[in-house]
Design a protein around this ligand. Structure first.
Ligand code: HEM
Length: 124
């Protein structure tokens, strides 16, 4: 994808502010899902939201300000399975839809996040 198209993707989500709003919706859905709730029992959600916002800004071609741990390190030892990864992507797509993001853009974001599956999932 060219730089111009990448910038458009970030802008189409409403920039930093739009992304922060989407992340809030996304986490509300994740935390309401009994399959995922146990993973976040001990997580400081305020910090987590901030990180996830930065991460999505990065993934969509905004300013690369994500300075957290690598995806592999951040999820090490959590026992995340494919069904958890699928559920998280599903909630993200749902949150994007809720904020009227076009299907084409949702598909592009999903495509960019899919390669992280190998780093995040550690159990069949
Ligand atoms: C595309 C998929 C994913 C992305 C982009 C992502 C991104 C992130 C980021 C940026 C952090 C913060 C790292 C840090 O603090 O330095 C994080 C932490 C975390 N993620 Fe994910 N994640 C993904 C999938 C998942 C899945 C499938 C689960 C499990 C259901 C999960 C559970 C967690 C938990 C529990 C933490 C916090 C660990 C702690 O409390 O310190 N993540 N993730």
């Amino acid at each position: 994808m060219s730089t111009a198209q990448t910038a458009t993707l970030y802008e189409r989500l409403g920039g930093e502010e739009g992304i922060a709003t989407i992340v809030r919706t996304f986490y509300d859905r994740v935390l309401n899902d009994p399959l995922l709730q146990p993973f976040f029992r001990h997580t400081d959600m305020k910090r987590q939201r901030r990180h996830q916002t930065q991460f999505l800004i990065y993934a969509t071609g905004g300013a690369p300000r994500y300075t957290g741990a690598t995806m592999k390190k951040a999820h090490e030892g959590l026992g995340i399975r494919h069904r958890h990864f699928d559920a998280v992507l599903h909630h993200l797509a749902d949150a994007l839809r809720h904020h009227h993001v076009e299907e084409e853009v949702i598909a592009e974001i999903t495509k960019r996040l899919e390669p992280l599956r190998a780093e995040v999932v550690e159990a069949e």
